[in-house]
Design a binder for this molecule. Structure first.
Ligand code: APR
Length: 228
């Protein structure tokens, strides 16, 4: 079975109603990144950071996977598909994708600050300050903040190296190490990129589909299911 690796960013969740980060009305405009998405912010103002992620988690209960997420699942009938996502939402899982690797964490999970293996699924949308780990320290969002290590980049690189086909969807390719994944594919790997705006990356040898995910992903999936 041929292997497909899919790299997604905020753009694939845009049509589900979740804001992207760098589009004109991007999420960060309401907050300065360093005020909510860094370890220093967490130490300086844990209530603000907890509230920021609580609001995004609460929003998650009101949104659904869109056609972009769903079309990817069709590929699993003929290919081995691994989804590598920069997103912390669970829309790929809810759409039915079998293999999803989160590079920047998962919004519905929280973890201990001291024990990186103490990871828990939150029952509801709210992380409160009295939710503590085994040492009595407040649990933190299971999110990779700017400047923190990206432990899943190693398995992500391996998946890209094994892929026969790569599909990049809805990412500005601004943030490393995620953005660097497109250069790890083997010679002959077919590459597709779906985005309504041309990202400022070298697109030579990449089939660029200048469409939103809801329509563009179907075009790629139809081609792959008919052609291979
Ligand atoms: N369909 C597909 N792509 C879209 C759509 C859509 N409907 N709407 C917007 N896009 C594209 C934009 O053109 C842009 O290229 O999605 C991309 C969104 O880029 P960013 O907002 O930079 O999001 P992303 O690339 O995922 O950011 C990477 O940065 O802020 C950090 O950790 C955060 O994971 C995030 C990382």
């Amino acid at each position: 079975m041929k292997r497909i690796v899919v790299l997604t960013g905020a753009g694939i969740s845009a049509e589900s109603g979740i804001k992207t980060f760098r589009d004109s009305d991007g999420l960060w405009e309401n907050y300065r990144v360093e005020d909510v998405a860094t370890y220093e912010a967490w130490e300086r103002n844990p209530d603000l950071v907890r509230d920021f992620y609580n609001q995004r988690r609460r929003e998650l209960y009101n949104v659904q996977p869109n056609e972009g997420h769903k079309q990817l699942v069709r590929l699993e009938s003929r290919f081995h598909v691994d989804v590598i996502t920069q997103n912390i939402d669970d829309l790929h899982e809810r759409a039915g994708s079998s293999n999803v690797l989160h590079l920047h964490g998962e919004l519905k999970k929280v973890r201990s600050e001291t024990d990186p293996f103490d990871i828990r699924e939150l029952e509801g949308w709210e992380l409160t300050k009295d939710m503590k780990d085994r040492e009595g320290r407040p649990l933190r969002p299971f999110v990779v903040w700017f400047g923190e290590a990206v432990p899943n980049i190693t398995p992500a690189i391996e998946l890209c190296q094994q892929a026969d086909i790569m599909i990049v969807i809805g990412t500005s390719l601004n943030v490393y190490p995620a953005a660097g994944l497109i250069s790890y594919t083997k010679a002959g790997c077919e590459k597709y990129l779906v985005d309504p705006k041309r990202p400022n990356a070298d697109l030579n040898g990449i089939h660029f589909i200048e469409q939103k995910a809801g329509t563009g992903v179907k075009l790629v999936v139809d081609e792959l299911l008919s052609g291979h």
